[in-house]
Design a protein around this ligand. Structure first.
Ligand SMILES: C[S@@+](CC[C@H](N)C(=O)[O-])C[C@H]1O[C@@H](n2cnc3c(N)ncnc32)[C@H](O)[C@@H]1O
Length: 246
């Protein structure tokens, strides 16, 4: 299936995944072979889940870890969204069915830190887009990241955009010895578990991630201005119509 066909299936599903980011996810999922496992943390209504499941080879397993519990739902939606999350759960199942991928996705309705036992073996592609606060974001990168197979792919949404996710990346990945920073599509950062851990390579890898910090600062500024509802200033800073950066 071409990427345009994949995008047609998800364009109407609400979520925070751009077309460019969907392309990166689809390419990563397409690299997984039959028998491989793809894990998504944080599915919301299924926009990214459908991309992964549609692009994956027949026989690759897609596991969606999503509690639909009403916390860390979207920008600024940290606690108290249980009613909305119940609707998200129904919409998630309906969207997977409508896209024809319901039988290709195993939904684990649990918080990511309690779901390790639900996934057996190594992970070929790990996509993290769950709770964006520092603690859980760091735990996802550290504990689930360990399970990514050699040469496997780690994708993180809201990197160099959300404070919690960015600090977690700096702590766990920036100068680590395992994940090579490949690049990003807006806030979707891609890493490959193939870093040769020599000090020079690690330094260069860390430097490439530090270079994303000016973009991070710009995103923070935009978020502050949007929160203060200073739309004209946002237009000046970004040169675009104001929208929450992701
Ligand atoms: C930004 S949304 C995910 C968007 C989705 N990837 C998409 O493309 O539309 C974040 C999701 O993470 C879920 N979530 C919150 N805490 C979580 C946790 N500890 N483990 C897994 N998912 C979590 C929320 O229920 C919410 O649906």
């Amino acid at each position: 299936m071409s990427f345009d066909d994949v995008w047609l299936k998800v364009a109407e599903i609400p979520g925070w995944l751009t077309q460019g980011q969907a392309r990166v996810l689809a390419a990563a999922a397409a690299r997984a072979a039959a028998g491989d496992t793809i894990v998504e943390i944080g599915s919301f209504r299924g926009r990214s889940t459908v991309v992964l499941a549609t692009a994956a080879a027949i026989g690759a397993q897609v596991v969606a870890i999503e509690p639909h519990a009403g916390n860390d739902r979207g920008p600024g939606e940290i606690h108290g969204y249980a009613d909305a999350a119940a609707t998200d759960h129904d919409a998630f199942l309906a969207n997977l069915s409508a896209a024809g991928v319901a039988d290709r996705v195993r939904h684990v309705r649990a918080y990511s830190d309690r779901a390790h036992g639900d996934v057996v073996g190594e992970i070929a592609v790990l996509y993290i887009d769950g709770a964006h606060r520092y603690g859980p974001a760091r735990a996802d990168i550290r504990d689930w990241g360990k399970r990514v197979s050699p040469n496997g792919t780690l994708l993180i949404h809201d990197s160099f955009s959300s404070v919690g996710v960015t600090l977690a990346i700096m702590r766990e990945l920036a100068f680590g010895c395992r994940f090579r920073y490949v690049g990003r599509s807006r806030s979707l950062a891609e890493y490959r578990a193939d870093l040769d851990g020599s000090p020079t390579r690690r330094l260069r890898n860390g430097g490439r991630q530090l270079l994303q910090l000016p973009w991070f600062i710009k995103n923070l500024l935009v978020k502050v201005l949007l929160t203060l509802k200073v739309d004209t200033l946002v237009r000046k800073v970004t040169g675009r119509e104001p929208e929450w950066p992701y």
